[in-house]
Design a protein around this ligand. Structure first.
Ligand code: BG6
Ligand code: MG
Length: 220
């Protein structure tokens, strides 16, 4: 039985993944680097420094550590600027209703987001009250695909990983959930998340709560 649900933030709870994309795209255009949705997909779930490395590698560009730090910082400043305009329109449709339905079933809810801005985003979107535990990029040592972030969330909730389900739009996040021994639901398509056991696009239409929570299944 599933007793806890752990959610990634960007691209799962809200569309802030688009603002990450915009911030990197602006920088890439200014620097004359190639950047597109395919490369962007590889950045999902990974911190800003590692994201920059992926973009640099893709373009065959080498920079000294100080320049890299500067650019990663600049991207984050631009991202935070873009975040100022977000409101409830940035919420993934049906997400609040879905989390509320889980809570009504007694399922504990945690956030597991690599983003160091996650706390501010939850506050801005008035979502903090929906989460029993919040683990962000500020609380972990090993980024996704390491399972640390989700294991920490499960521990804070006091639920065994075996009884947890992870919702993720990142390949690195799907891997982290699986490595943690959790059930994983990809948010996206089978093409973008080939390692996800199941994928959904719509929290209402694509999910049957009893099936998800593995209720009513004969005990083995
Ligand atoms: C994650 C996003 O949630 O946050 C990544 O999926 C992004 O795309 C990361 O890079 C941002 O983390 P940081 O290190 O900039 O706070
Ligand atoms: Mg994400």
């Amino acid at each position: 039985t599933i007793r806890a649900a752990l959610f990634d933030l960007d691209g799962v709870v809200c569309f802030t993944d688009h603002y990450h994309y915009l911030a990197w795209k602006e920088m890439a255009d200014a620097q004359g680097w190639d950047f597109n949705e395919t490369i962007n997909h590889q950045l999902r779930g990974i911190p800003r420094e590692a994201s920059l490395e992926v973009i640099l590698n893709h373009n065959g560009v080498t920079l000294d550590p100080q320049k890299k730090q500067e650019l990663a910082h600049l991207k984050n400043e631009r991202y935070k600027e873009l975040l100022q305009q977000i409101d409830s329109d940035a919420l993934y449709p049906g997400i609040v209703e879905f989390i509320t339905a889980l809570r009504e079933r007694g399922v504990k809810i945690a956030l597991g987001s690599s983003s160091k801005n996650a706390g501010a985003i939850l506050d801005k979107l008035s979502l903090t009250v929906l989460f029993d535990a919040v683990v962000t990029g500020n609380d972990i040592e090993k980024p996704k695909p390491d399972p640390e972030i989700f294991l920490k969330g499960a521990e804070l909730l006091g639920i065994h990983p075996f009884n947890c389900v992870v919702f993720e739009d990142a390949e690195s996040g799907v891997e982290a959930g699986l490595q943690g021994g959790m059930k994983v639901v990809g948010v996206g398509t089978p093409a973008t998340l080939p390692n996800a056991p199941t994928v959904v696009r719509d929290y209402q239409k694509d999910i049957d709560l009893d099936t998800l929570l593995q209720i009513g299944k004969p005990a083995r």
